[in-house]
Structure formats: C-alpha cells, structure tokens
Ligand binder design. Structure first.
Ligand SMILES: Nc1ncnc2c1ncn2[C@@H]1O[C@H](COP(=O)(O)OP(=O)(O)OP(=O)(O)O)[C@@H](O)[C@H]1O
Ligand code: SF4
Ligand SMILES: [Mg+2]
Length: 325
C-alpha cells in the first residue's frame, strides 16, 4: 500500500437477502438491499452516507465490518481485501475497524458495568483485566465521561452519555476507521450536536476515518468531507460535501436538501421544499429504468426504461440522465 492509496476501498458491494416466507410457505422475491455500491475513503476523512429508511445504509455498514457477509463485491482495507477473509484471519484486523450503533442503550449489555463494556474488545485482543480497566478509564475521560463512574451500569446514564460509552468502546482498540450507524438519531436534538462535536474532535485528535450514516443531510453536514446519497440500494450521488450542498445534481439529493432548515431566517423563509410523492419502492420489486422515476419530478420516458449509471457531472458522480437544474 502506498501513502496515496485509500484506507478503505469498496467495489460493487451487493447484498441480496432471501425473500420472506408467506403464511403458505412460499418465498417472496429476493431483496436486493445493497446493489453495487462503490466508494473510496482516505485515512482521517469522513464519508457521510445518507438516504431514507430502508435504502441499505445499515446493510452497507454491517458488510464493511463483516457483521454481514456480502453477496458479492469487495471491501479493501489498508490494501487488503477483507471481504473474503475467514473469521480467524479477520481477527487481528478487527481492532482497526469498529462500529458505533444507533441506540446506545440497546447496544450496550445492561448486565455489564461500563468498565466491562469498554474493555471487552481489549480482553478479546488478549489484554490483562487490569490494563483493560486502566484503558477504559482513560477512554471515559477522552469522551467526556467521569472515570469515577466506571463501575456503574449503562441504564444509570442518559442517552447522550450512553452513546459516549458506545464511542469509547469503539475506540478501545485504537481503530483507524469507525462505522457510525445513525449515532445520533436516537438522541434528543439538544444532545445530537454535542455527540457530533465530540466525534469531530476525536477524528482530529486521533486521525480517525468515519463512515457516518444518517437519514438526512443536516446531520452529516458538520462531520463529512464527502457525502454519498443512497436510494434503493444504490449510490445516486457522491462527491465533496460543499459541491453536494451548494449545487446538488440528482433530483433526490435536491429533495433531501430542500428539507434541511437554513440558519439564515430570510433564506429559511424563501426555502422551497420539494415534497416527494409516496414511499420508496420495495427493494424486492424495484421499478425498471431509474428506480427513482416514480417519484422524480423530472422523470422522462428514457428514465422509465434505462438505468442511469454513476458518471461525472459538475465535479462529482451522479446517476441521473438529466442531472442539474
Ligand atoms: N436480515 C434481513 N433480511 C431480509 N431483509 C433485510 C434484512 N436486513 C435488512 N433487510 C431489508 O434490506 C433493506 C435495507 O435495509 P437497511 O436496514 O440496510 O436500511 P437502512 O437504510 O439502514 O434503513 P433505516 O434508515 O431504517 O435504518 C430493507 O428493505 C430491509 O427491509
Ligand atoms: S434519471 Fe430521470 S427519473 Fe432518475 S433521477 Fe434522473 S431525471 Fe429523475
Ligand atoms: Mg439503518
């Protein structure tokens, strides 16, 4: 690996789940939850991964840490394809890629003390209990928790504090990459900014890279260097954050952005909201052509028959036959 190689390189990642069985025992159509996702992420950078519920964000995240086995495609980390490694061969690499989950309380074992929760990944790596406990106390301090609370249980903490515990655990093994799956979506709005700020500070201090998953564009704005917008299992627009926010090219990105409130009151009064009709279609029965066409205000005949591929438009990649205004 050279210094210019990305830390993480994802190519054509696909996940097809078997269709659900009906009451009569018949299997429904397979669900293509993730359908050919590709992106690169440099060390120390953040990719925001955004899209409506069910578009495949968590499935993508879980494949990156091999909580799910991809149906096809590759995940290359530090120059090594980790998507086909056996669990044994994966173990030494595990410490480099960690995950933070959406609901801090349900992702922390309620019967374990904070000391145990945070040191668990270290014990798995063979640390002594005393060293792991010392490290857990250091990590509590790093994420803004009081180390003296190390013997408390997760339910004794608020949602925001519990998410700090989840973040501390993810950092225990000094990873280079953290996959954060909606890390603030379950928190009160007032607490969300504190956690986002904490994650941003940790990224700078520790040189971390993040894949930061969220369902709207407002949450990822502060942390992301680049943003990828997903729709029905595919990336429909990906590029530098400022390009996407200032001049979105895909009609779906435009619609998501139009829902983000603006800080300037005058601009906020002028903000035009693009309301999308209906819900996203089922990934078990995607529409032909551009899968966004039933909801797209710009759809034309070509869109109903021909699938648009990601291609360069206005310095980022867009999957749309008619990008721009
Ligand atoms: N284990 C599974 N078996 C079958 N289908 C699944 C499974 N996990 C996810 N899916 C389906 O795959 C699609 C993508 O789900 P995923 O959880 O990745 O979406 P998401 O973008 O994270 O949504 P949300 O914003 O609600 O978290 C959905 O249609 C979901 O129902
Ligand atoms: S390809 Fe057509 S339907 Fe799809 S987003 Fe572009 S304009 Fe809309
Ligand atoms: Mg999800």
């Amino acid at each position: 690996m050279t210094t210019t190689d990305p830390l993480l390189s994802v190519r054509d990642l696909t996940m097809t789940f078997p269709g659900k069985r009906s009451a009569t025992g018949r299997r429904g159509a397979p669900v293509r939850a993730v359908d050919g996702v590709s992106f690169d992420l440099a060390a120390g950078q953040t990719l925001g991964l955004v899209g409506e519920s069910g578009c495949g964000k968590s499935t993508t995240g879980r494949m990156l840490v091999r909580l799910l086995e991809p149906t096809s495609g590759s995940v290359t980390f530090e120059g090594k394809d980790i998507s086909r490694l056996s669990q044994g061969a994966l173990r030494p690499l595990r410490r480099n890629i960690q995950m933070v989950f959406q609901d801090p309380h349900s992702s922390l074992n309620p019967r374990q003390t904070v000391a145990r929760v945070i040191s668990d990944p270290l014990l798995v790596q063979g640390w002594s209990a005393a060293d792991a406990r010392r490290r857990a106390a250091e990590l509590m301090d790093l994420v803004g928790l009081i180390p003296e609370h190390i013997d408390r249980y997760p339910h004794e903490f608020s949602g925001g504090q519990a998410q700090r515990i989840g973040i501390a655990r993810s950092l225990a093994t000094s990873p280079r990459l953290v996959i954060a799956d909606e890390p603030v979506s379950a928190l009160d709005v007032s607490v969300q900014a504190q956690i986002v700020n904490l994650m941003e500070r940790l990224r700078t201090e520790l040189g971390l890279a993040y894949v930061f998953i969220a369902h709207d564009l407002s949450v990822v704005k502060r942390v992301s260097d680049r943003v990828a917008v997903m729709y029905l299992g595919r990336i429909v627009e990906i590029g530098a954050k400022h390009l996407l926010y200032e001049n979105p090219q895909h009609p779906y990105t435009r619609a998501l952005l139009s829902a983000v409130p603006l800080p300037d009151p005058a601009a906020e009064r002028r903000r035009e909201r693009i309301v999308l009709l209906g819900d996203p279609p089922s990934p078990a029965a995607p529409p032909p052509g551009c899968t966004f066409h039933p909801r797209c205000p710009k759809a034309q005949q070509l869109c109903r028959t021909q699938r648009p591929l990601l291609q360069l438009a206005a310095s980022r990649e867009v999957a749309c036959h008619f990008p721009g205004d």
